[in-house]
Design a protein around this ligand. Structure first.
Ligand code: PGA
Length: 249
């Protein structure tokens, strides 16, 4: 990464963790040490948001992994941004590929959720990325630009947004994008911000990479000029998460 964007590492526990397991994670995160030059946020299962907030170190932010686009009402099974804030959490991950591909969330719904979460005062990590067939047919740029274009009308404050580029073929597969592959897309995304939002937003917005990031792959990825951090799934449940947080040192 270059410039004065603060390095950002998010964990995404997905549907993993018990109270006992979260206590173990909290312990290795407390032991760290975590670089003060990295902003750290972990995405916890909704039912453990409060527990995680209480047990994780205060300098680690806590994110929900989803939320709905309304404050309250007859939406069985959903949680609102206000509920997340009420538990002391400041962040939400939205549009993760599993929300898109397992639960059928559309670009439009994700965009509306981003807009509502921002308006309620949450900071948002919107996720997007191409599928393998899209990459193989040379459509990566077209796909990610369309995903960003769908979000843009609802992003009212870019300073509250960290974009997570996660190629679907790299998530949970062990097939990390190469530093060159990831850097190529990140540079295109930053150019998209320059062309469609502003030079200032392009320079200041963190664009993080996700997809099989490990302690072994993080350092070289972090050295790329447009990679400003990571969203980490499997490895965020293990002590090696500390090494990923410190990838930039
Ligand atoms: P992974 O998941 O690191 O296990 O590939 C990344 C993510 O889904 O955010």
């Amino acid at each position: 990464m270059t410039g004065d964007r603060k390095f950002f590492v998010g964990g995404n526990w997905k549907m993993n963790g018990t109270k006992a397991e979260i206590a173990v994670i909290a312990k290795f995160m407390k032991t760290g040490p975590l670089s003060p030059n990295t902003e750290v946020v972990v995405g916890c299962p909704q039912c453990y948001l409060g527990y995680s907030r209480e047990h994780l170190p205060a300098n680690v932010g806590v994110a929900a992994q989803n939320c709905y686009k309304a404050a309250k009402g007859a939406f069985t099974g959903e949680v609102s941004p206000g509920m997340i804030k009420d538990l002391g959490c400041e962040w939400v991950i939205l549009g993760h590929s599993e929300r898109r591909n397992v639960f059928g969330e559309s670009d439009q719904l994700i965009s509306e959720k981003i807009g509502f979460a921002l308006s309620e005062g949450l900071k948002v990590i919107p996720c997007f990325g191409e599928q393998l067939a899209e990459r193989e047919s040379g459509r990566t740029k077209e796909v990610v630009f369309a995903q960003l274009s769908a979000m843009k009308p609802n992003i009212t404050d870019w300073s509250k947004v960290v974009l997570a580029y996660e190629p679907v073929w790299a998530i949970g597969t062990g097939l990390t994008a190469s530093p060159a592959q990831a850097q190529e897309v990140h540079a295109q995304l930053r150019q998209w911000l320059r062309d469609n939002v502003s030079e200032e937003v392009a320079n200041s917005t963190r664009i993080i990479y996700g997809g099989s990031v490990t302690a072994g792959t993080c350092k070289e990825l972090a050295s790329q000029p447009d990679i400003d951090g990571f969203l980490v799934g499997g490895a965020s449940l293990k002590p090696e998460f500390v090494a990923i947080i410190n990838a930039q040192q």
